[in-house]
Ligand binder design. Structure first.
Ligand SMILES: Nc1ncnc2c1ncn2[C@@H]1O[C@H](COP(=O)(O)OP(=O)(O)OP(=O)(O)O)[C@@H](O)[C@H]1O
Length: 411
C-alpha cells in the first residue's frame, strides 16, 4: 500500500467497531448415550462453559483489508460470524456501518432442496437485494460462478467447489461495503481461487473493506494490509500483515513445542509404552539446527529414537504438511523398499537428507512415525519439527518451480 493510500485508510471512518466482545459456548461433557442416561436430570453438572472469545476489541477502518490469523480453534470463525451478525456475542458489542456480505461456512444460507437459481434469489434477498436487483444481476452471477446449466439443479447435488463458486458469486454481486470471507475459498479449485482473489483486489481498489480468515501467511501478506492474530480467544497481535504473520508463526511454534513436551510427558506416565519411541526431531541446514531455510537449499532432518531392547529391523516414515494440514511430501523406509537395523537398545539417530528442498515460501511441519519390523506402528510425533521458507512475491503455491515467461508473436 502506498503512503497516500495508508493515510487515506487511517483517516477513514471505522466500518466495524468491535468492543470488548466475548463469546461462550456450553459444551456437554458426557458424550455417549449411556453417559447421558446415567447423568439424566443432572445435566447442568455435566455442562462446561467454554470461552471461545475473551475481551476482543479493535476497529476496522473503511477501505482496509484485515486478515484474521490464529491457530486452529483460536476463535477466528466465531469472531467473523459475530462481525457478520450471524451469531450474537455473549458480552460486548459490534457496531457496523454499510452493507455487509459474508461468505462463511460452506453452504450456509443455501437450501439443499432448492435449485441453484432459487438459492441465488433467496441468498441475494437475505443479503439485501430486491427481486428486480437480483434479476438484473442474475446472468452476471451465473457467469461468474461458471455453474452453467447446473444452475437449475438442486444444490444438494453440487460439489463443494460448486457451492463455493455460487456463494462467492452471489456475495460479490450484492454490492457490499464490507466483505467477510472465511476459509471456504480454500475449497475451490486454483483457477477459481485466483478469480476470487482478483475480485477481492478489485473491491480493495473500489475502497471496500475486506475481512479474511486464513491459515495461509502468504495469502494474508498478498491480500491484507493489517493482520489480527487470535490466540485462545484473545487478540495476541494487531499490526502490519507481515508482522502479524510473524507473530502467528511464533504462536504456532509455541503450540508445537507444547505438543512435543506433552508427547514426552505421556511417555513418562508409561501409558501403553511402546518398545521404541521418538525422542526428538530437528531440522539442520548447513550443519546447524535451523528454523528458517531457503528454497532450493539442502536440509537434513535428524530423528532420535529410543529402543527398549535390541531390534533387528524397524521402519521410519516422515511427512511434511502445510499449516492447512495438506501433505506436500511423504516417504519412509517402506516406500524406499528398505528398513533400519539391526540397532542396539538405547538411542539411535536416523537422518533424512534433502539435497534441494524445493518448497515455496511458507511454514511447514514435519511429522514422524516409527514402526517395528512387521510394520506395526510404535510411535508417532505430529509436528515434531517445523521450518519456514521465506515468502517470495514471484510465485504462490507450495512448490518452487523455475519459470520463465516469454512473449511469442503469433502470425
Ligand atoms: N457452536 C459451538 N458450540 C461449541 N463450541 C464451539 C461452537 N463453535 C465454535 N466452538 C468452539 O470455539 C472455539 C473457536 O472456534 P472457531 O471455529 O471460531 O475457531 P477457528 O480459529 O476459526 O478455528 P479453525 O482454524 O480450526 O477453523 C473452538 O474450540 C470450537 O470448538
Amino acid at each position: 500500500m502506498s503512503a497516500e493510500e495508508a493515510a487515506a485508510v487511517s483517516a477513514s471512518p471505522d466500518v466495524v467497531v468491535i468492543d470488548d466482545v466475548s463469546k461462550s459456548f456450553v459444551i456437554r461433557k458426557d458424550n455417549s448415550i449411556k453417559e447421558r442416561l446415567v447423568t439424566m436430570g443432572r445435566g447442568k453438572a455435566h455442562q462446561e462453559r467454554f470461552d471461545a472469545l475473551k475481551g476482543v476489541s479493535f476497529a476496522i477502518p473503511a477501505g482496509s483489508s484485515i486478515g484474521l490469523l490464529g491457530p486452529n480453534g483460536s476463535g477466528k470463525s466465531t469472531l467473523l460470524k459475530i462481525i457478520g451478525g450471524i451469531i450474537d456475542p455473549s458480552g460486548g458489542s459490534v457496531r457496523r456501518r454499510g452493507r455487509l456480505a459474508a461468505l462463511l461456512e460452506l453452504g450456509a444460507g443455501f437450501h439443499p432442496d432448492l435449485s441453484g437459481r432459487d438459492n441465488v434469489y433467496l441468498n441475494a434477498s437475505i443479503l439485501g437485494l430486491t427481486k428486480e436487483e437480483t434479476d438484473a444481476r442474475f446472468d452476471s452471477i451465473v457467469d461468474f460462478s461458471e455453474i452453467g446449466d447446473f444452475i437449475d439443479t438442486q444444490v444438494k447435488f453440487y460439489s463443494s467447489g460448486m457451492y463455493v463458486r455460487l456463494a462467492f458469486a452471489v456475495a460479490v454481486h450484492t454490492d457490499p461495503d464490507v466483505l467477510l470471507v472465511d476459509e471456504v475459498l480454500a475449497v475451490g479449485d486454483e483457477a477459481f481461487q485466483r478469480k476470487c482473489m482478483d475480485k477481492i483486489r478489485q473491491f480493495q481498489k473500489e475502497g471496500r473493506t475486506i475481512i479474511l480468515v486464513s491459515h495461509s501467511a502468504s495469502q494474508v501478506m498478498e491480500v491484507c494490509d493489517t493482520g489480527v492474530v487470535l490466540d485462545r480467544g484473545h487478540v495476541a497481535y494487531i499490526g502490519s500483515a507481515a508482522e502479524a504473520t510473524k507473530a502467528h508463526r511464533e504462536i504456532l511454534e509455541g503450540r508445537r513445542k507444547e505438543n512435543v513436551e506433552a508427547h514426552e510427558h505421556n511417555e513418562d506416565e508409561g501409558a501403553a509404552r511402546p518398545s521404541s519411541r521418538i525422542t526428538g526431531v530437528t531440522v539442520f541446514s548447513q550443519g546447524e539446527p535451523a528454523t528458517e531455510v531457503l528454497t532450493g537449499s539442502a536440509i537434513e532432518v535428524r530423528i532420535t529414537v529410543d529402543h527398549d531392547s535390541d531390534v533387528d529391523t524397524w521402519h521410519s516414515s516422515l511427512s511434511i504438511d502445510t499449516p492447512h494440514g495438506q501433505q506436500v511430501f511423504g516417504s519412509g523406509t517402506r516406500r524406499q523398499l528398505t528398513s533400519h537395523g539391526p540397532t542396539d537398545r538405547g538411542l539411535s539417530e536416523v537422518r533424512y537428507q534433502f539435497p534441494h528442498i524445493n518448497f515455496a515460501g511458507g511454514q511447514y511441519f514435519i511429522n514422524v512415525e516409527i514402526a517395528d519390523g512387521e510394520g506395526t506402528p510404535q510411535d508417532v510425533l505430529w509436528q515434531g519439527a517445523t521450518f519456514f521458507v521465506p515468502i517470495e512475491f514471484r510465485q504462490t503455491g507450495t512448490v518452487n518451480a523455475e519459470v520463465s515467461i516469454t512473449d511469442v508473436s503469433v502470425d
